[in-house]
Design a protein around this ligand. Structure first.
Ligand SMILES: NC(=O)c1ccc[n+]([C@@H]2O[C@H](COP(=O)([O-])OP(=O)(O)OC[C@H]3O[C@@H](n4cnc5c(N)ncnc54)[C@H](OP(=O)(O)O)[C@@H]3O)[C@@H](O)[C@H]2O)c1
Length: 320
């Protein structure tokens, strides 16, 4: 049984990550690190953490537990690098939430620290574990859509105000791009890079200050791939609309409705009929892959290098 400790007791830890750990055979929630020990204890109890002493408010102390195998980092983006590097130095494997860092230098340091310590590093892009997406990726990669010419993704949310930490510099760098745009970017790269080559050109339009944040509130982004394929994605903290994904090639197309989100459902239509898939929890797939990667001594499917490329592009898309 692989013992996982979670860092941060916010929404994604509560709503997605700990339930997902509970679904995965061979993994257990072991301990919890929070800024507040009573909160860690409450969270540990609510989520049945297995350690006899599961609650911590100090990173070093949390990591010094010899029974802890790996950590899942679900804190604000600017904290990921320091926490990953400390975990690696303590010999713990790391699954870090997206975006893995807020600078390429930090992403490099995280990769290096995990390499030096010979621990696995994975980045939590759960859309890759949606079974409809996996079937679509297989089809796109084996050429069922012909040469891919165009793809598009849209995932947005509506924030009531700029109170969220992503809207400010202290522990955030990007807002809509870090909240959801980074997922769309990963989805597009996952679908296209194997057959279209890397992203070679980026153009973006960013809006700020509708809600009073200096960070991106909406971003409209265009990408060009080596093959000449083009793609677009939109992220926003200003409105909610149905999430969408689209891939168009010389031999076919696919439209994804409500698959780019937190769940495993939605619908995918192609020129050749609907893709049928089983609705599973994509976060459980992500945790299961991380656990298998540790057991098999391989990189998780979304490695530190994949996460780093996403950061490199986010830095180009929205440099400040
Ligand atoms: N993959 C996905 O679908 C997905 C979805 C949402 C978020 N995320 C990622 O997960 C990470 C956490 O996001 P979230 O939405 O869960 O955020 P959140 O609800 O604000 O929770 C973040 C947690 O981090 C801890 N924390 C430590 N220092 C903090 C600080 N200075 N300010 C605020 N919180 C601090 C807090 O836990 P304690 O109070 O216990 O210290 C807090 O509850 C982010 O990197 C985000 O991009 C991923």
């Amino acid at each position: 049984m692989l013992r996982l400790g979670i860092i941060g007791t916010g929404s994604i830890s509560r709503d997605a990550l700990t339930p997902a750990i509970g679904e995965v055979d061979g993994a257990t929630l072991w301990s919890v690190l929070s800024r507040d020990k009573a909160n860690a204890a409450r969270f540990a109890q609510e989520h049945n953490a297995a350690s006899p002493a599961p609650a911590f408010d100090d990173l070093k102390h949390f990591l010094s537990d010899p029974d802890l195998d790996a950590v899942v980092i679900a804190t604000p983006d600017k904290l990921h690098a320091e926490q990953t590097i400390a975990a690696a130095a303590a010999g713990k494997h790391v699954l870090v939430e997206k975006p893995m860092a807020t600078t390429v230098e930090d992403a490099d340091a995280m990769i290096q620290a995990c390499r030096n310590a010979d621990v696995r590093l994975g980045v939590a892009y759960h859309l890759r574990w949606h079974l409809g997406h996996r079937e679509l990726a297989a089809r796109a990669h084996r050429g069922d859509l012909g040469d891919i010419r165009f793809a598009r993704a849209q995932w947005t949310f509506q924030a009531p105000n700029a109170a969220n930490w992503r809207a400010h510099d202290e522990v955030g760098r990007w807002w809509s791009l870090a909240g959801v745009g980074t997922h769309s970017l990963d989805w597009l790269r996952w679908m296209l890079v194997p057959v279209c080559g890397e992203v070679t050109e980026v153009a973006s339009t960013i809006t700020r200050n509708v809600l009073g944040s200096a960070h991106d509130e909406s971003a409209a982004v265009s990408l060009r791939f080596e093959s000449g394929a083009v793609a677009q994605f939109v992220s926003s903290a200003l409105f909610v609309a149905p999430n969408r994904g689209e891939i168009c090639g010389t031999a076919g197309y696919a439209y994804c409705s409500e698959t780019i989100g937190r769940g495993g459902g939605g619908r995918i239509d192609t020129d050749n009929g609907q893709i049928s898939f089983t609705e599973v929890n994509p976060y459980a797939g992500e945790i299961a892959d991380f656990v298998s990667a540790i057991k098999e001594g391989r990189d998780p499917e979304v490695s530190g290098e994949e996460g780093r490329r996403n950061i490199e592009l986010l830095c180009e898309i929205c440099p400040q």
